[in-house]
Design a protein around this ligand. Structure first.
Ligand code: PMP
Length: 356
């Protein structure tokens, strides 16, 4: 039996799954994880939180994860309360729930590429048409062109990623505000990398008051160094959360996930303490790559897009042979490196020099 012999949905035929390689090599700089693991004392607190839940694993978790949502609202600030915050297993699941509630057959979602590859995958998985808008040469979004695309296609959902993956580009909130005003449906600002943005970059959270069709998504996978926990969240008008309750699976967030995420939030001083180091390492990486004569996109995230190579596949492969896994992603000719520890970045530079 082969996949194509199964009575699979017609719109899934011929598609390929999301596939960042998970290869066991010494230096893994390909999925924008935070390279710093939790301290011994945080590990002990996480273990204690799991222990305290373990005796009640015969019971379902809090279906609405209220205590966790209160903690997330307190972290976000901006006067948010748990009624305006929702959480799920990674921001991917948050985005999937948004598409389940606001997309669907006969509806479309618009994004501006190059951007996060899961936005179209989640969109089409929710039987929603994907419309690929485009970014400018500097990877920013021209608001006039974006509004023209919105008026042409009338999408049910618009995706804006800021800072953008894989380019690192942050959007000006005025561009976001103009797009929100023009969009007939929901606007999702994916801020997975927001904590890495350069000082003074405003969050789209500032635009929430008065914009009930705006949703801002975040994750604990990146700056919070909790990718293994699978915890993503969003802030929006309380009516949006009510819509998501219609599609979420009951008890979707395990009691272990909720407990671990709450411990991580309580230790945010330690976890977010690595952000400044990673930003400095990012800026140094950008400078080093430019000094090598390469083209480098400005980055407000924990990764850097650089190029352009006539044969990026060979460069990627040569780097892997030297024990450094980076990502072959973005427009043709570009490669992306996630920012690792000081030692990992030294290994990256040495490996790249070897390939150039
Ligand atoms: N949004 C963007 C822009 C991302 O790059 C990622 C992870 N690569 C995610 C969302 C999803 O992250 P998670 O599901 O781990 O929260």
């Amino acid at each position: 039996m082969r996949l194509e012999d199964l009575p699979i949905r017609d719109d899934l035929r011929g598609r390929t799954p999301y596939g960042a390689p998970q290869i066991d090599v010494p230096v893994r700089l390909n999925t924008n994880e935070n390279p710093y693991g939790p301290s011994e004392s945080l590990v002990a607190d996480l273990a204690e939180a799991v222990r305290s839940q373990a005796g009640e694993l015969n019971r379902y978790p809090d279906r609405d994860a209220v205590a966790l949502r209160e903690d997330l609202a307190a972290y976000l600030g901006h006067g948010l309360t748990h009624e305006r915050v929702w959480a799920a297993n990674g921001s991917n699941e948050v985005i999937q729930q948004i598409l389940q509630a606001f997309g669907g057959p006969g509806r479309s979602a618009l994004g501006f590429e190059p951007s996060y590859s899961m936005h179209p995958i989640i969109t089409t998985g929710a039987s929603t048409e994907w419309i690929a808008g485009s970014r400018e040469d500097d990877f920013g979004i021209d608001p006039d062109k974006a509004i023209a695309a919105i008026e042409e296609h009338r999408p049910a959902v618009v995706f804006l990623t800021s800072p953008n993956n894989p380019t690192g580009t942050a959007l000006d909130p005025e561009v976001i505000a103009r797009i929100v005003e023009a969009a007939p449906g929901m606007v999702v600002v994916d801020e997975a990398y927001f904590e890495f943005a350069r000082e003074g970059t405003p969050s789209a959270l500032t635009l929430l008051p008065g914009n009930p069709r705006l949703i801002v998504t975040r994750t604990m996978s990146k700056a919070f160094a909790m990718a293994g926990t699978r915890l993503g969240y969003l802030a929006a008008h309380p009516a949006v959360i009510e819509a998501l309750l219609l599609v979420r699976l009951p008890y979707h967030l395990s009691s272990l996930t909720q407990a671990a995420a709450r411990v991580a939030l309580a230790h945010r001083g330690e976890l977010l303490g690595t952000v400044d180091t990673l930003r400095a390492e990012r800026d140094a990486t950008v400078g080093w790559l430019r000094a090598k004569g390469l083209e480098v996109a400005d980055s407000d995230a924990n990764f850097v897009l650089f190029g352009r190579f006539t044969d990026r596949r060979t460069v990627w492969r040569d780097m892997l042979d030297r024990g450094v896994l980076i990502r072959e992603v973005g427009p043709p000719g570009w490669l992306r490196v996630s920012i690792g520890t000081t030692e990992e970045m030294a290994a990256f530079r040495a490996a790249l020099e070897g390939t150039l």
